[in-house]
Write a protein that binds this ligand. Structure first.
Ligand code: HEM
Length: 453
């Protein structure tokens, strides 16, 4: 064998990050807050680094080229389904990653079809109505924990667009509580072991079973209403009308799973991004003034924010884009290595996980000049593998158009009526990760005052 060809077959193990603890490796440091841990991995080892999550070897890949390699690998080699098995008890057996790949792909197509751009015109007025109702009884000034406020609002907008006006109007505390129990059972530790929290897992399973019953009752009511000739245009109806490629409709169990999946994917991601959006606006009063001036210019005397008017607000759009760069809510995008994965000189063996991190990716100076500075006027890289708030490849977010529509609508109404100030010094508001999703410090309090117009 020539020297050159011998060199091309050399395969290196990804370098292991320092600080592994005997027995558990980097598990505790990762679970405390994955974001700074992953930054440390990259700073120490560069493009490819590996760590040990209590026996699960995990490799972090950073940079456009490395992200592209991950996103271009087939599911049979880098599997999202196998990495996210901890979501199966939440969504239900037979749903998404709990279903065979051929079914999973069709279910995803159904979700995507219900969230296509042309359906946004149906959801825009619903989101607008929810936001108007939400702020209708605010006093002229006050102080609130806006993380809580946005979590409450996005639960309302999600359930309204998803389940229809009637369900939303009668949304019970039981529904809220059950959904909360499901959420509480998902955290970074789940990546290594889905069932380690005995009590939480038990509550999760009880909550999922009862939600299945409640949604099942809703299916029966909807079918009765359809039989009476009523018509509906929400996501729920879309699930009832949908069929697999062979013409089979979704079962009631599958409809319940699709509902929970939609709620999970869209609720906190949008709520947390809204919280960070507000913090960054209040942290940058000059930029907030520019966004407000744009808004006033587009809306004039109108009190309504139309679907069309939202498209005429590039500053608001750029602001949100920059919020999603520095505070992308999903910090770890994970795949299970099913067959050995080669990247450059590295061999990442089957059996472990690979990770792409939007948090780390968006702080790379090669892609984003002066990356730690909040600058909505910045130039974003052209390629699809540097800016990844919605992921990439075949598992890229199917709800991104809905999420952007929703957040822009929320801020168009909010900034039209109120102005905001931080309650704490700017450095108080940091990225924390008590669950799998990034959020600002807890509590996230801000002061508001009604604008004089
Ligand atoms: C700011 C808001 C949002 C962000 C930042 C976000 C981000 C993401 C990311 C990064 C992924 C890819 C996960 C991976 O590769 O492992 C994803 C997937 C997904 N998102 Fe979103 N998302 C948001 C809102 C939404 C909304 C509102 C919905 C639904 C209404 C939604 C539905 C989905 C679905 C169904 C998937 C799974 C795609 C698949 O399995 O292939 N997302 N999202």
């Amino acid at each position: 064998m020539s020297e050159a060809s011998a060199q091309t077959t050399v395969r290196l193990a990804p370098p292991l990050v320092s600080g592994a603890v005997p027995g558990t490796g980097h598990y505790e440091e990762f679970c405390r807050n994955p974001a700074p841990f992953l930054m440390r991995c990259h700073a120490e080892c560069g493009e490819v680094s590996s760590f040990d999550l209590a026996g699960l070897q995990t490799t972090l890949l950073v940079g456009e080229e490395a992200h592209e390699a991950v996103y271009r690998a087939p599911d049979s080699q880098l599997s999202a389904a196998q990495a996210y098995q901890f979501m199966v008890p939440v969504f239900g057996q037979g749903i998404q990653y709990g279903a065979p790949p051929v079914i999973e792909r069709q279910q995803l197509k159904i979700q995507a079809a219900g969230l296509r751009h042309d359906r946004m015109v149906l959801y825009a007025p619903i989101v607008a109505q929810e936001v108007r109702d939400w702020i209708a009884d605010w006093p002229d000034e006050g102080e609130e924990d806006f993380y809580e406020k946005f979590t409450e609002l996005t639960l309302k907008t999600s359930t309204h667009c998803l389940m229809g006006a009637d369900f939303r109007a009668n949304m019970s505390d039981e529904f809220r509580g059950l959904y909360h129990d499901l959420e509480m059972a998902v955290d970074p530790e789940g990546l290594a072991d889905p069932d380690q929290h005995g009590v939480m897992a038990e509550r999760r399973d009880i909550a999922r079973a009862r939600l299945g019953e409640l949604i099942g009752e809703r299916v029966a009511q909807r079918r009765a209403a359809l039989a009476r000739g009523e018509t509906f245009h929400d996501m729920f109806q879309h699930y009832l009308d949908a069929t697999y490629a062979d013409g089979t409709p979704l079962s009631d169990h599958e409809i319940a799973g699709m509902v929970v999946w939609f709620m999970f994917a869209g609720h906190h991601t949008s709520g947390n991004t809204s919280s960070w959006m507000l913090v960054e606006l209040a942290r940058h009063p000059d930029l907030m003034a520019e966004v407000v001036a744009e808004l006033d210019g587009v809306l004039g005397d109108s009190e309504e924010v139309s679907f069309q008017s939202l498209r005429e607000m590039p500053l608001l759009e750029a602001f949100l884009e920059e919020v999603l760069r520095l505070h992308a809510p999903l910090v770890t995008l994970t795949r299970r290595v099913m067959t050995d994965f080669h990247y450059k000189d590295y061999l990442i063996p089957a059996g472990g996980n690979v990770m792409v991190s939007p948090y780390v990716a968006h702080r790379q100076p090669e892609a984003f000049a002066d990356p730690l500075t909040f600058n909505p006027g910045r130039t974003f890289p052209d390629g699809p593998f540097a800016y990844l708030p919605f992921g990439g490849g075949r598992h890229k977010c199917v709800g991104n158009a809905f999420a952007l529509l929703q957040i822009r609508t929320i801020f168009a109404y909010l900034l039209r009526k109120f102005t905001f100030e931080l309650s704490e010094p700017p450095e108080y508001y940091r990225d924390i990760m008590p669950s799998l999703i990034l959020r600002p410090s807890d509590p996230c309090r801000l002061r508001f005052r009604r604008r004089a117009r």
